[in-house]
Design a protein around this ligand. Structure first.
Ligand code: NAP
Length: 365
């Protein structure tokens, strides 16, 4: 196979359609698993499918692991990347570097054989899948046998030695949230985290609690208080109050928050994986507050018109998946909270034994 010509640092040379698009907004990209001079080729062991995307896949495939795996193979075959056409979101991968393109050698601190996690979305990552080995419906982790390309501009992180790979994959997928929360929250503030019991919600609560200190308050909002993660929020002191509400019901949600914080919040963080929660999020904020939409299910229109409609002058931030130093902040948040780490290990740790795909002899592409 021939490597693609005229490589661009953003990977635009891989765009097939429409012409003029970038890899992220392209419908289809070239997933040929051969590294151009400024690309990195990786063997992929596992995908962490973005939560909004995985929920949509589960719902349309009846929570059937085999059908979800088939749908992932279909999407990747059609688009050259794991870019869910319904939610528009992707996820990230873990694997091993096979080849560092000639032009990158000596410029990037990585070599063939290193284990890494991608920190750019699968929505722009050329992905060639030979098989889906296992879909874990409980976590969105998908073990695969395949290859991926990272562009010169692509972000990645070396997998930490002290944290299980499955756990690192789960944490790094949502690394933007705790890093951004650390930046947004200040001592003495009241912070509401919606979807507090998911991956990004738990890490955000931990960071928010550390930042607001004893004079501030963190309120976690969950749809169900009987889960292990809701119990952890309380027992580990990650929240001061736990509120139960369905964030798709704006008035009920804001009333539940108002009952414990009549002054409402200085910062509201949205970490849910369902659509239709913009207004509830905005209504938890006091005038002048900051609202951070990390959720991929966020609609710009619903948020903008929702805030205008209730005459709230709030600063709304889109959850950029990248914040400087985000991978290290997220992993350190886990290290700093042993009970949070124990929870993540229980839920996301890799199954014992090697990934099946790496045991197999490679099939011809
Ligand atoms: P997660 O672990 O699945 O957590 C989502 C949480 O939202 C779950 O605890 C869920 O509770 C809760 N939730 C669902 N419906 C709710 C409702 N109606 N009211 C209140 N809470 C509700 O997801 P994650 O991995 O943390 O991701 C969270 C969001 O961030 C997703 O939308 C994901 O796509 C997005 N994301 C964004 C970026 C970015 O770069 N901005 C990167 C990665 C992920 P149950 O489990 O009980 O349903």
């Amino acid at each position: 196979m021939k490597a693609p010509a005229r490589p661009h640092r953003l990977g635009t040379h891989r765009v097939i359609e429409p012409a003029g698009a970038t890899p992220q907004d392209a419908w289809r990209i070239d997933n040929t698993p051969v590294a151009a001079e400024n690309e990195m080729l990786c063997e992929v062991d596992a995908l962490n499918i973005d939560s909004a995307s995985f929920r949509q896949l589960c719902e349309t495939c009846g929570f059937d692991a085999r059908r979800i795996g088939e749908r992932i193979l279909e999407i990747v075959a059609e688009r050259g990347k794991q870019h869910n056409p319904v939610t528009g979101s992707g996820g990230m991968f873990v694997g091993r570097v096979i080849e560092v393109g000639e032009a990158l050698r000596g410029k990037v601190d990585v070599a063939a054989g290193d284990r890494i996690a991608s920190l750019v979305s699968l929505t722009l990552t050329p992905l060639h899948l030979q098989s889906v080995e296992e879909v874990d419906v409980a976590t969105g982790r998908v073990r695969v046998y395949g290859k991926a390309i990272l562009f010169e501009s692509g972000l990645w992180a070396r997998l930490p030695r002290d944290i299980d790979e499955g756990v690192a994959l789960a944490v790094l997928d949502v690394a933007g949230a705790p890093a951004q929360v650390r930046r947004l929250c200040k001592p003495g503030q009241t912070v509401v985290v919606i979807g507090a019991d998911g991956k990004s919600g738990l890490l955000s609560c931990a960071q928010a609690k550390a930042r607001v200190g004893a004079s501030g308050r963190v309120i976690g909002l969950v749809p169900d208080a009987s889960t292990a993660s809701a119990a952890l929020l309380r027992s580990a002191g990650l929240v001061d109050e736990l509120v139960v509400a369905d964030a798709r019901r704006a008035l009920e949600t804001s009333a539940a928050v108002e009952a414990v914080a009549p002054e409402l919040a200085d910062v509201v963080i949205n970490c849910v994986n369902v659509a239709g929660t913009e207004l509830a999020t905005i209504l938890c904020a006091k005038d002048g507050a900051t609202v951070y939409f990390f959720s991929m299910s966020t609609s710009f229109t619903a948020a903008a018109l929702g805030a205008e409609g209730v005459a709230l002058d709030v600063t709304m931030i889109i959850g950029n998946g990248y914040t400087k130093g985000h991978a290290e902040v997220a992993l350190q948040t886990l290290r700093d909270h042993p009970s949070l780490r124990a929870y993540f290990e229980e839920k996301y740790r890799c199954h014992p034994g090697p990934v099946k795909g790496t045991e197999r002899k490679e099939k011809p592409l």
